[in-house]
Design a protein around this ligand. Structure first.
Ligand code: SAM
Length: 356
């Protein structure tokens, strides 16, 4: 993976640096790494040869016609618990279902690429991939293996499919497309890569607080042969400069006891990050620029406090905005957790706002 730097900025750049554009700042790329629990994961941090090996592995999966759509953790657990699913019997078992496998299941060169990439864990008769590979349209995206309990786990799940699908359906609203777009909390890069492919003239930036996410997103971008994406380590907008004409996000929205960065939304009922993204985005959008937010909102009674708290800002700063529930009831299992005693349901919502 190429790490570019200009002045006190450093970004992970895909292919060439994007010319004639204001630099994207990233302070302390290494210093701000997401903490790993000692011994929590036997995969290593990625260097260039790890990344090249993972890219080669991804190309082999592509060539083999590999397809896998990631399901919810509870479905995953149920499926893996079925008799006969104790170990992997094919590529989907290894790289999709994260099942243990015997070394002879994989072609020797694939096993070698996994070792070189630092994504092979486990013991001789029960090896494991520490990455999952999921397909989204034509994209093949590496993210963390199931279960995603590590502090630096890289998320991709059903929310990603809903988010990217809704975003794509909103593209007709943005005419010829953005010149500078941002995916805040980009994870594996699913949305950022979708934007970069749809609008090849655009400068696209994927930002995340989790360095591991940026490392995998960089490999995913090379796999997709995308060269108009820059990846930046940033706590929300903290390390990002300039303004944008498209900002998209699928931030964490759960009140997570373990405070996993891909899940924990913070604040009241997990809404803090989503709220800050709306407020900060409206300050950073160019006139006529679009904000597209997919998030989950914990609701009790008839009122949507998240929407009502943002309504005055949206009315004041936007020419047009719309807000809809995409799904009235997601993550029902969360309602038994602390902090959800008064919550009736969690809804998946979509906010699309156009700055005045
Ligand atoms: C639910 S995941 C979604 C990932 C990706 N957008 C997708 O749709 O698959 C939320 C992402 O936000 C990132 N994140 C959490 N807090 C953040 C922050 N303060 N600043 C930037 N990114 C953050 C997490 O690391 C994670 O990658």
């Amino acid at each position: 993976m190429d790490k570019g730097s200009h002045g006190d900025c450093s970004t992970i750049h895909i292919a060439n640096q994007i010319p004639h554009r204001p630099p994207v700042r990233l302070s302390g790329y290494v210093a701000q790494r997401t903490e790993r629990r000692p011994g929590a994961c036997d995969a290593e941090a990625m260097n260039t040869s790890n990344a090249n090996a993972l890219l080669a592995l991804g190309r082999s999966l592509h060539a083999a016609g590999y397809r896998f759509m990631t399901v919810t953790p509870s479905t995953h657990r149920r499926l893996n618990g079925r008799p006969g699913n104790e170990e992997a019997t094919d590529l989907r078992g290894v790289f999709g279902w994260s099942r243990p496998f015997r070394p002879e299941l994989l072609p020797p060169d694939m096993l070698e690429r996994m070792k070189e990439a630092g994504v092979l864990a486990g013991k001789q008769a029960a090896l494991r991939s520490t990455v999952r590979a999921s397909t989204l349209g034509e994209l093949l995206l590496f993210h963390s293996a199931y279960p995603t309990s590590e502090p630096d786990a890289v998320f991709l799940g059903p929310d990603t499919y809903r988010f990217v699908g809704t975003m794509q359906r909103a593209f007709p609203w943005i005419g010829s497309g953005p010149t500078r777009a941002l995916d805040i909390g980009c994870g594996s890069g699913a949305a950022a890569l979708t934007i970069a492919r749809k609008f090849p003239h655009a400068e696209v930036i994927g930002a995340d607080i989790n360095v591991k996410a940026l490392e995998l997103a960089a490999v995913n971008a090379r796999l997709a042969r995308v060269d108009n994406l820059a990846l930046c380590h940033s706590d929300l907008f903290g390390s990002l400069e300039g303004d944008f004409d498209l900002i998209v996000a699928n931030p964490p929205y759960i009140l997570d006891e373990d405070r996993l960065p891909y899940r924990h939304g913070g604040g009241e009922r997990g809404a803090e990050l989503s709220r800050r993204i709306v407020e900060d985005s409206l300050a950073r959008l160019r006139p006529g620029g679009n904000l597209m937010l997919y998030t989950g909102v914990a609701l009790s009674g008839a009122d949507d406090h998240f929407l009502e708290s943002l309504r005055p800002l949206l009315e004041r700063t936007c020419d047009m905005w719309s807000y809809e529930e995409l799904d009235p009831d997601i993550f029902g299992g969360q309602l038994g957790e602390p902090g959800y005693e008064d919550v009736e349901r969690i809804a998946a919502v979509w906010l699309h706002a156009v700055k005045r």
